[in-house]
Design a protein around this ligand. Sequence first.
Ligand SMILES: [Zn+2]
Length: 284
Amino acid sequence: MYEKVKNILTAASQSNTAVIAFNCTDYIMARSVVYAAEAVHTPVILMLYPEHAAVYHTTGFGNFAAMVKELAEEVQTPIGLHADHDYSYESVMRSIQAGFGSVMIDGSMHDLDTNISLTRKVIQNAHARDICVEGEIGHVGMAADADHAKTDLFTKPEAAEKFCRETGVDSLAISIGNAHGEYKDTPHLDIRRLEDIHAAVDVPLVLHGGSGIPDEQLLVAFSKGIRKFNLGTEFLSNYYKAVAEFSAKNADNPDPVKILQMPEYVQAKLQPYVEGRLRTLCRF
Ligand SMILES: [Zn+2]
């Protein structure tokens, strides 16, 4: 069933764990996540990274929101919908108008005061419409640039406290040794810093750049205030592998409509992966 992200975060918090938010590009990925969640009775969040719609045209904004809500009603397990990184007031409004009940404004590339004023402006509008807003403080950079080792990008607890107090943000993405994309070396989360941030603020904390962080570190982080965990790169990589495998298996198949068998073939590969992540990391 379709559920507000805010309620899913509260449930994760009560179980002292995190919900996994999967970046999905289309119906095959979305359906794989929804049915995996149902199979293991664990709530999930489906996210659209706006660039995937705006630049790569994997889906449309309104289509994606409607699709997730429709899929959610096919199952009993709570399913949330969230728009990942928007970087401007205008693009957040586009996500809200498309039907997303939970959005992210990422002002982390700006200085603290600019980030606060941008986030506050988004929240004033979003909260009036009962929309939940995730902000970011410190900067979660790119693994390819080894940003996860640049401690000057890490979130400072006192800045996080000021940011939450002055914006009224609903959840907060933090930088504690995580980065987007594929890590070249094993990342090491700064758990001490996470504890300090968790003590300084009372909103759910969000960990981006989840692909490649060892499970034992993730489980510690989830027990110390991480309530939402974003997974994209690893999931997309598995999607590509499944499509390539389907193509290879059907190279000599003369059926002109063989593509119709692709979605179910791919879902049969992706769903067990998602179920495995949920079972290992966050049953609640
Ligand atoms: Zn991110």
